[in-house]
Design a protein around this ligand. Structure first.
Ligand code: GLN
Ligand code: ZN
Length: 617
C-alpha cells in the first residue's frame, strides 16, 4: 500500500520561498524516479501486488493533472521488473480520470461503487476491476441485490472482478456483535467492519455462483480489499487539493425557509451590532474562549463512575456544577470578557447532543479514529430527530447565575452534528440537517429565554461536508447555510449569535461563512501562521471575527508579544470594533497550567492594544 504519486503531489504544498508559479506536481518526473526504485525493490522482495492510492482522482482534474495521471501510470506500467499495479480510487467516481487510467498498462483499477453506478466502466475492458460495492463510510448493511447487480454489470467487461469495500474500514467501528445494548430492530439494519468483510466474502460467493457462461473466476482476496490511508478527520472526505478548489465560486444563499408565523430573520447586522454593543458593554478587543476548558481526570472518573452505577445522578450533577464554579471564577480572575461554563458535562460535542435527541443511537464500543491518536464514537442517526427537552440550559444558566459578566451558551451546529454521525440514508442529507436545525433552534431560543445574551453555535465541519467536485458545492453551501440560519434566526437582535470553525481551510469558503450571518465568527488561524489574514476575502468579511491567536493543538504557551503581533495583523485588515481575541479552538485537550498561562497572555495583549484602538478616529 503506497500513496499514488499524483495524489501525493496534489496534496503537497510548495515550501515557503518556492519560485512564483511553482506547483508540487511540476516535480512529477523526479518523484516517479523514486517510485520506480521502490517498485523494483518490492519486486525483488517477491511482492506480487502493490496498491497505489489515488483518491485525488475523484476530484475535478484539469488537463495538467490528467496528463500527470497518464504520464505517471504509463511510466510505472512500462517498467519490466515490477509487481502488478492496482490504482485505487474512492469517495466518488473517477469521471474523466477513468479513460485515462484505462489507457495505461496498470493491471487493476479500484472503483467506488457504493453509491456510484457501474456505467462507463466498460472502458476498463480486460483489466481487473476492484469493485467497492460495500460502503466503507457508513454503518448500514449492504443491499445485496443492488450490489450483485453492480458486480454483474462490471463482469460484462472486466477481465476479472474483485469484490471489495468502497474504501478502507478505518471510518467504521469494528464489530457490531459488541453492541448488545442497541435496539434489535436497529441492529438488524447495521454492519460494522467485521460484518462488512463478511458481506464482501458473501457477495463474491454469490457472484461466483451467478451463472455467466465463460465468466472468469472471482478471487475474494487477491488483491486484498482496498485499504486507504487515514484522512484528516473521522468523517472527512480526503481534502480537495488547493489547486482543485481554490477558485471554486461560492454562492451566497438565500435566507432559510420558514414555517408560517415563525421569525424568519433578524435585523441587518449593523442594527444588531448596535443593539448588542449597548446591551453587552464590552471593551474593544474583547477576550473570550471557544467553549471547553480542560477535561480533568476527576471529571472523566466521575463520568465513568456514573456509567458504572457507582455515582448517582445528583452526585455527578454536583461534580459538574463544582467544575463550572471553578471555571467561571478562573475566567473572572484572568479578566476574560465573555465567559463560558467550560463544557464539563460533555465528553464530545456531537455525542452529547445525540444522547439527548430522539432519532439517534449511541454505541458503547464503536470507536473510530478522529485524528492522530484521538478517537470518537460517532452516534447513529437512524430516525426522525426531535428534542424532547432542553439539553444545555441548566448548565449555562447555572454559570450565568454565578457572574455579572455575559456567559455564552454553547451548542453544536446542525451540519456538524450530522457530519460527525453515521446518518440514515433514506432521506436526503439536507432534510436530515434541517431536522437537527429545528432542534438546535429550540435550544437557542430556550437559552435566550433563560437570560443568556450570547449563544455560540459551532460549525467546525461546515467545510468538511463540501462535495469534492465543484458541481455540487454551491448547492451544498446553499442548504448548509440555510440550515444554520434557520437554527439561529429565532434569536432577537440583542442576543449575540456566534459561530466557530476549525479543522479546515475556512478561508476557501469565507463568503459562505459570512452568509451564516452570525454576529461573530471565531476561526482557527494561529495554527496556520495567520494565513487566513492574508486572504483578500477577509477584508470584505462583514461581521465580527475572532481569528485564533493561540494554537491549542500545541502544549506551547504563546507570549503576550506573539499574541499582540497576531492581533495587530488582524487590525490591519479588519475594523477594530469587529475584532475578537480568542484561541483557535476549545481548551479541552490542554492542561490547566497551560491554559491559565496562555489566557493570561491573551488578556495582557488585548489590554496593551486597547488604548491605541480606542484613540483611533
Ligand atoms: N465548543 C467546542 C469546544 O470548545 C468546539 C470544539 C471544536 O470546534 N471542535 O470544545
Ligand atoms: Zn474548533
Amino acid at each position: 500500500m503506497v500513496i499514488g504519486p499524483v495524489t501525493f503531489l496534489l496534496l503537497a504544498e510548495a515550501a515557503p520561498g518556492a519560485p512564483a508559479g511553482f506547483a508540487p506536481l511540476d516535480r512529477l518526473t523526479d518523484v516517479l524516479g523514486v517510485y520506480e526504485r521502490l517498485l523494483a525493490t518490492l519486486a525483488a522482495e517477491g511482492v506480487g501486488w502493490v496498491q497505489l492510492d489515488e483518491p485525488a482522482l475523484v476530484t475535478d482534474l484539469g488537463a495538467v493533472e490528467l496528463a500527470a495521471v497518464r504520464a505517471a501510470y504509463e511510466r510505472l506500467g512500462c517498467l519490466t521488473d515490477r509487481p502488478s499495479l492496482l490504482v485505487a480510487s474512492y469517495f466518488g467516481g473517477l469521471g474523466e480520470a477513468l479513460p485515462v487510467l484505462a489507457g495505461t498498462p496498470v493491471e487493476a483499477v479500484g472503483v467506488d461503487l457504493a453509491h456510484g453506478d457501474p456505467a462507463g466502466l466498460g472502458a476498463l475492458a480486460g483489466k481487473t476491476v476492484v469493485a467497492g460495492v460495500v460502503s466503507g463510510r457508513d454503518v448500514w448493511r449492504t443491499d445485496r441485490e443492488r450490489a450483485l447487480g453492480a458486480l454483474l454489470a462490471v463482469r460484462e467487461h472486466a477481465g476479472r472482478v474483485v469484490v471489495s469495500t468502497s474504501c478502507s474500514l478505518l471510518h467504521v467501528p469494528y464489530d457490531l456483535d459488541a453492541e448488545t445494548g442497541l435496539d434489535p430492530a436497529l441492529r438488524r439494519r447495521l454492519a460494522f467492519a467485521d460484518q462488512k468483510v463478511a458481506e464482501v466474502v458473501e457477495l463474491a460467493d454469490l457472484l461466483a455462483s451467478a451463472s455467466a457462461p465463460g465468466s472468469p473466476a472471482v478471487p475474494v482476496s487477491a488483491p486484498a480489499p482496498v485499504t486507504v490511508p487515514a484522512p484528516a478527520s473521522a468523517s472527512d472526505p480526503v481534502a480537495v487539493p488547493a489547486s482543485a478548489s481554490a477558485s471554486a465560486p461560492v454562492a451566497v444563499p438565500a435566507p432559510a425557509p420558514a414555517p408560517m408565523g415563525e421569525r424568519t430573520g433578524r435585523s441587518p447586522y449593523p442594527v444588531r451590532a448596535a443593539a448588542q454593543a449597548a446591551h453587552l458593554r464590552l471593551p474593544p478587543l474583547p477576550v473570550t474562549t471557544i467553549g471547553s476548558f480542560p477535561q480533568t481526570g476527576e471529571l472523566r472518573a466521575a463520568r465513568a463512575a456514573l456509567a458504572a452505577g457507582e455515582l448517582d445522578e445528583a452526585a455527578y450533577e454536583e461534580r459538574v456544577r463544582a467544575e463550572i464554579r471553578e471555571v467561571v471564577a478562573l475566567q473572572e480572575r484572568l479578566g476574560l470578557d465573555v465567559l463560558v461554563h467550560g463544557e464539563p458535562e460533555r465528553n464530545d460535542m456531537v455525542q452529547y447532543f445525540a444522547e439527548h435527541l430522539d432519532g439517534f443511537a449511541v454505541t458503547r464500543h464503536g470507536w473510530v479514529q478522529s485524528y492522530g491518536s484521538r478517537c470518537t464514537r460517532p452516534p447513529i442517526l437512524h430516525g426522525d430527530v426531535r428534542r424532547p427537552e432542553p439539553i444545555t440550559v441548566r448548565w449555562a444558566s447555572y454559570a450565568q447565575s454565578l457572574t455579572a459578566r455575559p456567559v455564552k451558551g454553547m451548542l453544536t451546529g446542525p451540519v456538524t452534528i450530522v457530519a460527525w454521525s453515521f446518518v440514515r440514508d433514506d432521506l436526503p442529507l439536507r432534510d436530515v440537517v434541517f431536522q437537527v436545525a429545528d432542534a438546535v433552534r429550540a435550544e437557542v431560543r430556550d437559552l435566550e429565554a433563560t437570560g443568556l445574551s450570547v449563544v455560540q453555535v459551532d460549525e467546525p465541519a461546515l467545510r468538511e461536508l463540501l462535495p469534492l467536485r465543484r458541481a455540487g458545492q454551491d448547492a451544498y453551501l446553499e442548504w448548509a447555510v440555510a440550515a444554520y440560519r434557520w437554527a439561529t434566526s429565532g434569536a432577537g437582535d440583542r442576543t449575540q449569535i456566534r459561530t466557530h470553525l476549525c479543522y479546515s481551510d475556512a478561508d476557501q469558503i469565507l463568503a459562505a461563512v459570512d452568509a451564516l450571518d452570525a454576529d461573530v465568527t471565531s476561526v482557527e488561524s494561529a495554527r496556520s501562521g495567520a494565513r487566513l489574514l492574508g486572504e483578500p476575502a477577509v477584508k470584505g468579511f462583514g461581521r465580527g471575527l475572532g481569528p485564533g491567536v493561540y494554537d491549542i493543538h500545541s502544549p506551547r504557551v504563546p507570549t503576550a508579544d506573539e499574541v499582540g503581533e497576531l492581533l495587530e495583523a488582524a487590525l490591519r485588515v479588519l475594523p477594530a470594533d469587529r475584532v475578537w481575541v480568542n484561541p483557535d479552538c476549545g481548551l479541552k485537550t490542554r492542561t490547566y497550567g497551560q491554559v491559565e498561562a496562555a489566557l493570561t497572555n491573551l488578556v495582557e495583549a488585548a489590554r496593551r492594544l486597547r488604548g491605541a484602538v480606542e484613540s483611533r478616529p
